[in-house]
Design a protein. Structure first.
Length: 286
């Protein structure tokens, strides 16, 4: 589903380092309390997981939601059912959303959790949390390997999202920070996840650069003490497009590093020099 107005929030959703201005602490607290009140019924309501129509993607999503989702009761439904039920206050929805660039290109595929009965159109509905999943034009690709971690991350964002907007929560939860235990783990980078401008001399012996198939194999085996790299950006990323770089734990599906940047100049779609320097710095402190 296209959600053009989602563009207005995309820089905030992905720009994890951007500052958020508020008028005063009192006003901020009022907004948080209002949001908490509106979402207070989340755990008691059924969330309808809206399927994309892509059989391979949907089977993976159903499997991981079925084994991991524990915040609320859930059911699966089609996009047509969502259109019929979205006005109901009895449900929350996990909806696939495709974002688009200013020139109309499909860019990134998100899963967005929204509250039913809060708007006539998807763009008007109260957002609980959103998480980027994969390039918009590559559904059924690497996200199948990382689906468990992606569902866990969205669930974590839903939990944190009750305290404020997704943009604020994402920035506060991760920013360009590195989990302290990252320094004690091996990292399996897919060759394609690293920008060409990155100096490979920065990598230590436990930072492995592998072809995509081998990196994904190591991650999918749930290797102990291993992190896997995952990059979310448009297939043919152009200047101004957003790119999100993540390190997921293979054995616990947690986020150990997450940062976003705009593509342009020396920063292509993938881990940049800034990302690698941040990661290597944490490893020197282990």
């Amino acid at each position: 589903m296209q959600k053009q107005s989602f563009l207005r929030t995309l820089p905030l959703l992905l720009g994890l380092l951007m500052s958020v201005t508020i008028s005063s602490p009192a006003q901020a607290q009022a907004k948080i309390e209002t949001r908490n009140y509106k979402l207070a019924d989340f755990n008691g309501k059924t969330i309808k997981v809206v399927l994309s129509g892509n059989d391979i993607f949907d089977e993976a999503l159903k499997a991981e939601v079925g084994s991991r989702w524990n915040l609320s009761p859930f059911e699966f439904c089609t996009m047509d059912s969502f259109k019929q039920l979205k006005a109901s206050k009895d449900f929350y929805f996990m909806v696939p959303v495709t974002t688009a660039s200013k020139d109309g290109r499909a860019t990134v595929y998100f899963l967005s959790v929204v509250k039913g009965g809060t708007g006539k159109e998807l763009s008007d509905m109260l957002e609980v949390a959103s998480f980027p999943i994969c390039p918009a034009e590559a559904l059924g690709g690497r996200e199948l390997v990382y689906m468990g971690a992606l569902v866990e991350s969205l669930q974590d964002y839903v939990t944190k999202g009750s305290g404020g907007s997704t943009a604020v929560m994402m920035r506060n939860a991760y920013g360009r920070s590195v989990n302290r235990s990252t320094g004690t783990k091996r990292i399996a980078f897919s060759e394609d996840d690293i920008c060409p401008t990155v100096d490979r001399n920065l990598f230590d012996s436990d930072m492995l650069v592998l072809d995509e198939e081998e990196a994904d194999r190591m991650y999918s085996e749930g290797s102990y003490n291993l992190l896997g790299s995952y990059v979310i950006a448009p297939m043919d990323a152009q200047k101004g497009d957003w790119c999100t770089c993540i390190l997921f734990g293979a054995d616990d599906q947690k986020i150990y590093y997450m940062a976003s940047h705009k593509v342009g100049g020396k920063n292509g779609a993938g881990f940049t020099m800034k990302d690698i320097k941040k990661i290597t710095k944490s490893r020197k402190l282990k």
